[in-house]
Design a protein around this ligand. Sequence first.
Ligand SMILES: [Zn+2]
Length: 396
Amino acid sequence: MTEFDAFYFEEKFYINGTKEYTLGSILEKYLQKSFKGVKDKLGCCKEYLRLLHYPETRTQMADCEYIFTEAVSFFDRAEEYIHALPPYNSFPLRDSGLYDIINRHSVLFEIDDNEIEHEWFDYDKFDSYDDYNEDDDRGTVYHEPMYEHDRMLTSFSPGDPLDEMDDPDMIDEVLKLNAELKDFIYHYITLFEDLLRVKRVYEPFLEKIHSREEFLTNEEIAEMLDEFNSEANKKLNPYDKLIPSGTMTLSYKVLKRKKTSVLCENYHFSTIGGFLYIELFKGLQHRYLPRKCDYCGRYFVLERGFYSNYCKRPVKGQPDKTCRDLGHRKKFNDKLKTDPIWNVYHKGYKAHYARYLKKKMTQAEFQKWADYAIVLRNKALEGEIEYDEYVREMKK
Ligand SMILES: [Zn+2]
């Protein structure tokens, strides 16, 4: 269903050993989504936990057909929903598998006689019945012809309700079906909880991590994580906590690339929630982290070595400029407008630059002043000198 393998090598990973991604890029795509309606989908799953089972009483029989049909369609749509998201969008689209589960227990359901006539074992495929049975070393292997429960159901009309059954084998079959249905629904509950966690946990956690506008040390991350978890862990729902889901197993594999072979960490994830958790923490470790651009508001992946508040997407209407170009300028202009210390610095800088242009200052003198002005500005920002004194010094 949602399981897959990821092979990690430095800041890259390969899903199922083939499609290449950069660390943080799938988490970025998830953060970009609003996931509207996921809470309702989770609600529906929880409702099916109560409704989707073999009818216990004759009164429950009436709704069975409707509930089972609706459930197959709901979970097939859920499968389509997840299939639109990476890495699943590179996999072939499948049905949810609910129809197959019910069919494995089709002995519990009534089958239309006309259908049986029509779909009964097709002898025409074989020249004779004997051809259908194979010979091997130990003699002839006799295949059983298909029985009713080997065929696919076209509707879900149950036989007797559970409380009227007296055949222990049939009761056992009901219990097995119900257990499989529960496991199946829980799988989708986990999936929708994993999606809800992106907006409710990953986004605020990353905002906290980026609040200092720089890459953090391991110690600083540890401190922030502790602080974040102490709040999140007070909450009741698993989708409000920074936790993985499902199971992950780690092994080491050699992955064959076009020309070389690379030794990779091979994680097998049973859920997307497990994958996103590793994506976040590997991103923190390798400094490949999604961040919201302060200029366009969209997510991008920060790459190791250079921290920026802005992405490198071209700005709408100005294709030769990126958010990074305009963002830094806007931030500087905003500072000049709102912060008198920056404003005084900027005026002083312009005045001294004009002196240099008029050759009233040598380049060396101007450079010396410019270095001094930065020291002065930083002192003023830290409150180490009085504002009036700062203004006087800048004007000199
Ligand atoms: Zn941007």
